[in-house]
Design a protein around this ligand. Structure first.
Ligand SMILES: Cc1ncc(C[n+]2csc(CCOP(=O)(O)OP(=O)(O)O)c2C)c(N)n1
Length: 619
């Protein structure tokens, strides 16, 4: 095995060029085998095997700097930098991250996870190099999907002024997670087509040159060509901006890429190398279904089918169904996603109401202001987005939606701990960042029926409203508790006295477990389903404080700025002497791992909560 000789960074340089295809094949087989067991980002990694090999042959890491946009395609990079063993525990608690991590290797020079940051970060590393008199090469690798994100253009705009070398590799596989969308995608497509056109011309020139007077004809064609340069010469968009464009080059041809990288290194400005790759290359199911294999659950290698097929509906499924119903009922309902039609469950809405569906690309900021415009124009926009990605659109929520009090619904999926994607993807800040914004209303459902009810409530609500729900199976307990949703009102589920559990969304299920176990030990326990985090139900807190010895707030959000702080404030204002415990995520980033295990680690699982309650009751 060639891979056995690659134990550390730069070992790839000892491999004979004639063995590159065999090594690429070994890497693909390794990745397919490992990811089939652990799950992970398969398609993007299979597409970037030769590109990564070429970059490692071209660069000298760790002195040179290589930044991966999003970072989900960095598996071959990890394999080539001495982290082969890490794949045994990829994305597991305590194991190797699925994204670049500075703390994991000196070859990971910048942490990523969210899209479109690599050019800004790379530009920073270039300036840091120049100011300190360094000579290292800096390369940022960005996908065509990530190039739909506005931040990439803010960075290109600045990079265009550079008078020093900075290499941007555009890894263009014509796909985001789903189909890539918009003008940039169309532009890149045109480059591919135009390049094929030039190749054909080249063939024609060669034939013409060999016939009598052919050379003159060739000269004529060449002159004509320069006059419609903008039409047929690729990359003028970048060139006109001041960024040298090289390519397109076949991203599965290592020697071709090496030639272009050497050329790129000679420029004294920012240079974009356009590399064409195929997502999922080398694994037929991933080539056929790139969206499904973008982030794959463990699968059977022979069939490509999931090893553990899903049997229960998750919250995304519930949201997906309710959106189709809302769409049928009200023609003003429109839906927006930032490049996640599959992940957010909006695909069904798109198929049924294509004219009322908008995939804006990886552009959360734009998605929110666009929604504000739609609302100002009289429509009822629903922005479906993952909690961690909505972080980027804080100002748009505040400035464009909430100051104007516009009726935009935020359907916030993956709220709470998400698990194996880790720090960058945990949706544990939304209650805090949304709470600070006046006019915002925030809800969280306890079970699948409540998500439906809340969506219906929100669609008819005339102000900004957010509903946050977690990743994974939708809770199907507590079906009989379905009192109508009223603005700012919590729901009392059990009224027993002694201890009052005030839980937000997913934590209602945990509260049930805590209650059952405390009941068995002779304690009485009430449960309040918060329903609204903002505005908080002051009456419910008052009732809890006046009728119990201990109030326990429970949420899958950071403590700072979350629900518990609000409960404590209300109790403070009431000058209540009732005991209080705040169960929330501590002031730290939560790494990757199984969600149940993570909850244990940070002390928000039933065991830890019971322990804290008992300690408090004994005091
Ligand atoms: C801000 C943000 N929004 C959404 C995502 C989710 N996401 C991860 S990868 C990806 C598609 C990236 O496409 P591209 O850059 O072309 O890379 P490819 O996977 O095709 O190699 C998306 C939308 C993200 N990581 N960050």
């Amino acid at each position: 095995m060639l891979l056995d000789n690659i134990k550390n960074v730069n070992d790839i340089k000892n491999v004979n060029a004639s063995d590159y295809p065999a090594l690429a094949q070994e890497i693909r087989e390794f990745l397919i085998e490992k990811i089939s067991r652990t799950g992970g980002h398969l398609g993007s990694n299979l597409g970037a095997v030769e590109l990564t090999m070429a970059l490692h042959l071209f660069l000298n890491l760790p002195g040179d700097k290589l930044i991966w946009d999003v970072g989900h395609q960095s598996y071959t990079h990890k394999l080539l930098t001495g982290r082969r063993e890490g794949f045994e525990n990829l994305r597991k608690f305590g194991g190797m991250s699925g994204f670049p991590k500075r703390k994991e290797s000196e070859c990971d020079c910048f942490d990523t996870g969210h899209s479109s940051t690599s050019i800004s970060a790379g530009l920073g590393l270039v300036k840091a190099r120049d100011i300190q008199g360094g000579t290292n090469t800096v390369v940022s690798v960005i996908g065509d999907g990530s190039l739909t994100g506005g931040m990439a253009y803010e960075a290109l705009n600045n990079a265009a002024k550079l008078e020093t070398n900075f290499i941007i590799v555009l890894n263009d596989n014509n796909m985001s997670i789903s189909e890539n969308v918009g003008g940039v995608s169309k532009y890149l497509n045109n480059i591919r087509t135009a390049n094929a056109y030039l190749d054909i011309k080249e063939g024609v020139y060669n034939t013409l040159k060999d016939i009598p007077k052919g050379a003159k004809v060739v000269e004529g064609i060449r002159k004509a060509k320069s006059s419609f340069k903008h039409l047929v010469v690729p990359g003028m968009f970048f060139e006109d901006m001041g960024i040298t464009y090289l390519g397109p080059v076949d991203g599965h041809n290592i020697s071709a890429m090496l030639r272009v990288f050497q050329e790129a290194k000679r420029t004294r400005n920012a240079v974009l190398v356009h590399v064409i790759t195929e997502k999922g290359k080398g694994f037929a199911p991933a080539e056929r279904h790139p969206a499904r294999f973008h982030g794959a659950e463990p699968f059977d290698i022979k069939t490509g089918l999931p090893t553990k097929p899903r049997t229960t509906a998750n919250y995304t499924d519930i949201f997906s169904t309710v959106m189709t119903k809302l769409g049928a009922r009200d023609e003003k309902i429109v839906a927006i996603t930032a490049a996640m039609p599959d992940g957010t469950g909006l695909k069904r809405f798109r198929n049924m109401y294509p004219e009322r569906f908008f995939d804006v690309g990886i552009a959360e900021e734009h998605a929110v202001t666009f929604a504000a415009g739609l609302a100002a124009g009289g429509l009822r926009p629903v922005v479906a987005v993952y909690s961690s990605f909505l972080q980027r659109a804080y100002d748009q929520i505040l400035h464009d939606v909430c100051i104007q009090n516009l009726p935009v619904v935020f359907a916030i999926d993956r709220a709470g701990l998400v698990g194996s994607d880790g720090e960058t993807h945990q949706g544990i800040f939304d209650l805090s960042y949304l709470s600070s914004i006046p006019n915002m209303h925030i809800m969280a459902p306890k079970n699948k029926w409540e998500l439906s009810d809340m969506m219906k409530f929100a669609a008819a609500f005339d102000r900004p409203v957010a509903i946050r729900y977690p990743r994974g199976d939708a809770y199907a307990g507590l079906k009989e508790y379905r009192a109508p949703i009223e603005t700012g009102r919590s729901e009392l589920i059990y009224a027993e006295g002694e201890i009052c559990l005030m839980a937000v969304g997913s934590m209602v299920k945990t509260a049930e477990e805590v209650k059952e176990r405390l009941n068995r030990e002779g304690h009485k326990c009430s449960i309040i389903n918060a329903r609204f985090v903002k505005p908080i139900d002051v009456e419910s807190v008052k009732w809890a404080a006046e009728n119990h010895k201990l109030v326990v707030s429970m949420e899958e959000n950071v403590a700072s700025g979350g629900y518990g702080e609000k409960v404590r404030d209300v109790m403070g204002n009431l000058k209540s002497s009732t005991g209080f415990i705040q169960i929330a995520i501590p002031d730290e980033y939560v790494e990757h791992g199984n969600v149940d295990q993570l909850k244990k680690e940070i002390g928000i699982d039933a065991d830890s909560i019971i322990e804290r309650i008992k300690e408090e009751m004994e005091n």
